[in-house]
Design a binder for this molecule. Sequence first.
Ligand code: NAP
Length: 247
Amino acid sequence: MRVEGSVALVTGANRGLGSSFATALLDAGARTVYAGVRDPSSVSDPRLVPIWLDVTDPAQVAAAAESCADVDILVNNAGVMRASPFIAASSIDGARDEMEVNYFGMLTLCRAFAPVLDRNGGGAIVNMLSAASWVTPTATGSYAGSKAAAWALTNGVRVELRSQGTLVVAVHAGFIDTDMAARVHVAKLDPGVVARMVVDALRSDTEEVLADDETRAIKAALPHALETLYPPIQARWDERHPRPPRP
Ligand SMILES: NC(=O)c1ccc[n+]([C@@H]2O[C@H](COP(=O)([O-])OP(=O)(O)OC[C@H]3O[C@@H](n4cnc5c(N)ncnc54)[C@H](OP(=O)(O)O)[C@@H]3O)[C@@H](O)[C@H]2O)c1
């Protein structure tokens, strides 16, 4: 699709990867980029058009679909990670929170903007997923659950919207250098590089972006996930959570 002259809405565009998406779209010639954020005063780039948008609030999503009726690229970027394993977390509050933002938020946005995109000729939806859509790093288990659900959503939405000409792009990545991954001390992707990959994908009508070698390796290993991906995850978990032998 043509990015030049397009009108985009990026959720969570005030910081992290969302801010890089907004910049990359502007640099690629987007005419307008709406920054869908929980606090418009947190948007510092004067080229962006901030709008109130908590993705978990259906009324705000509906209002955004009405006020941003010229959108032809929707970037579902907003996300949370609550670092909650499935069993060891003290409650399932973190898991619920992640599903509310990462899955139900994305679903609500896709549903609200599908008719907008249709009216504007088809356009595109970019859904920010993760390598964790395909493998469960146990310490952030419920985040992986929400990203797996978002991957399923993305595949279904793509099928449902193909006939109206909407390109649906799934973006999977390992660690990216933003606040979300601040506590992780490994090599991380530059968010600007990921954003530019996504702009290239839009331009070439590519439906999936695998942003790094680790993500490509995880996808390739899926048929043998139990034999290859999970033994090191199990070993790390057992080392950090030793259990005394049964009496
Ligand atoms: N960083 C990584 O390693 C990594 C890897 C793969 C995928 N991802 C995904 O990339 C996306 C962007 O993450 P990031 O790394 O940029 O994280 P981040 O630095 O923590 O930024 C998260 C963004 O999401 C927004 N947000 C959270 N809840 C929201 C809500 N209810 N409504 C609207 N906006 C909300 C935040 O807004 P506030 O400022 O208001 O909190 C912020 O702008 C997420 O979907 C994440 O899961 C990240």
